[in-house]
Design a protein around this ligand. Structure first.
Ligand code: CP3
Length: 358
């Protein structure tokens, strides 16, 4: 009977390869199962990463396209994730503008200095981004060549707010008093810093798109430091400016940690995909956005430090809870931890990749 017939799109067999599946999820097309990748999938939990890290330091790996490509491909070759994320760091932007970063022995980030004056802000050079970060363009091209059209390739950058946190605090911080004080009490200084960072990011993303990325993820890992009233002025409006400049050439994913309650502000940023931490319900957020965006997430990363049967149980909760809604990319709620177990990651991939929504 005609009235029983499903819409044509729902009966098309789902024969997508990984890249097509990833892009279809971003565009909220019906899929038999979501694509999967995990934040920080190339990192210290992988023995092959630790081996390479024994020979080269982090910054050398990031700045050498052959090494960065090798690291990007490691989790794809081992697990068959549906998307690769280029191996780099959000801190290459301050570095390219003249403020280098390094790692503290006890863990955490150390910037070479803390930005505190107009003179220091004036000295930052967003104009040089394409030349200074040419190694990122080379990494993207090399990785694309290796992946072909089979696996999606994600580019990324830090949100202006999250980068400003590191730049003004001078590295990892406990109370974030410097960046918040700058925002509250020196709006002109704050604005001129954000202009430089936003300009740099727009140039950087133009370059990533020209080099062949399929999507871009914005990391606003420190979004939740802000109040609901300040989120738009301190972070959201700069993100919206970047998304508008990219102008739908590739899907934009926003990971804004701890802010999923601020639905109206997130909607105004106008991303295609919202990556949610583990405290959110993917289904509730998707419904609150009127089903007009895709979501990414949101297994608690600590689950991957437990046991495979627990991984399967928790992953199925997320899959079943999202149900037949359209637009889900399976991921973690934040980066995978260094003590995640390989067997748990294997179980996660097989649970998601063998899942069938119907
Ligand atoms: O997801 C991926 O696999 C791509 C690579 C990637 C890295 N950093 C590699 C990396 C991505 C997307 C990032 C983003 C990043 N970098 C963010 C936003 C995401 C988040 O986790 O919130 C932030 C805040 C940074 C800054 C940064 N870089 C931190 C806080 C650290 C950890 C410092 C510490 O205490 O160890 C890094 C280092 C870093 N970046 C590592 C990796 C794999 C670990 C370096 C190592 O020890 O090998």
């Amino acid at each position: 009977m005609d009235s029983d017939r499903k819409p044509l799109e729902d009966v098309i067999p789902d024969t997508y390869n990984s890249r097509e599946r990833f892009l279809a999820a971003c565009a909220r097309k019906p899929l038999s199962r979501p694509p999967i990748w995990v934040m920080r999938q190339a990192g210290r939990y992988l023995p092959e990463y630790r081996e390479l890290k024994g020979k080269y330091d982090f910054v050398t790996m990031v700045q050498t396209p052959e090494l960065a490509t090798r690291v990007t491909l490691q989790p794809i070759q081992r697990f068959g994730f549906d998307a690769a994320i280029m191996f780099s760091d959000i801190l290459v932007i301050p570095e390219a503008m003249g403020q280098p970063y390094s790692f503290r022995k006890q863990g955490g980030i150390a910037m070479e200095y803390a930005v505190s004056s107009q003179t220091q802000i004036d000295a930052l050079t967003p104009e040089n981004i394409p030349e200074k970060l040419n190694y990122v363009a080379e990494t993207i091209k090399l990785t694309r060549k290796e992946l072909g059209d089979k696996t999606a390739l994600i580019g990324f950058g830090g949100a202006p707010w999250t980068l400003a946190v590191y730049m003004v605090e001078g590295g990892s911080s406990a109370h974030f008093a410097k960046i918040k004080s700058l925002f509250y009490s020196a709006p002109d200084l704050f604005e001129s810093l954000m202009r430089k960072v936003t300009t740099a990011l727009i140039r950087y993303f133009e370059m990533q798109i020209a080099s062949g990325v399929d999507a871009i993820q914005l990391f606003d890992s420190w979004g939740s430091l802000l109040t609901e009233n300040s989120y738009w002025d301190a972070s959201g409006k700069y993100l919206a400016e970047i998304v508008s400049a990219v102008n739908k050439r590739v899907p934009m994913i926003l990971f804004s940690k701890g802010t999923h309650h601020w639905v109206d502000k997130l909607r105004r940023i106008n991303c295609d995909v919202y990556s949610l931490d583990w405290t959110a319900s993917l289904a509730k957020f998707h419904d609150a956005m009127g089903g007009r965006v895709a979501v990414q997430g949101n297994l608690d990363p600590v689950v991957l430090n437990t046991e495979p049967e627990i991984v399967r149980r928790e992953a199925l909760k997320i899959l079943n809870d999202f149900g037949t809604r359209k637009g889900h990319i399976f991921n973690l709620g934040h980066g995978i931890l260094p003590d995640a177990k390989i067997a748990c990651v294997e179980e996660l991939i097989s649970t998601v990749q063998s899942y069938n929504i119907r």
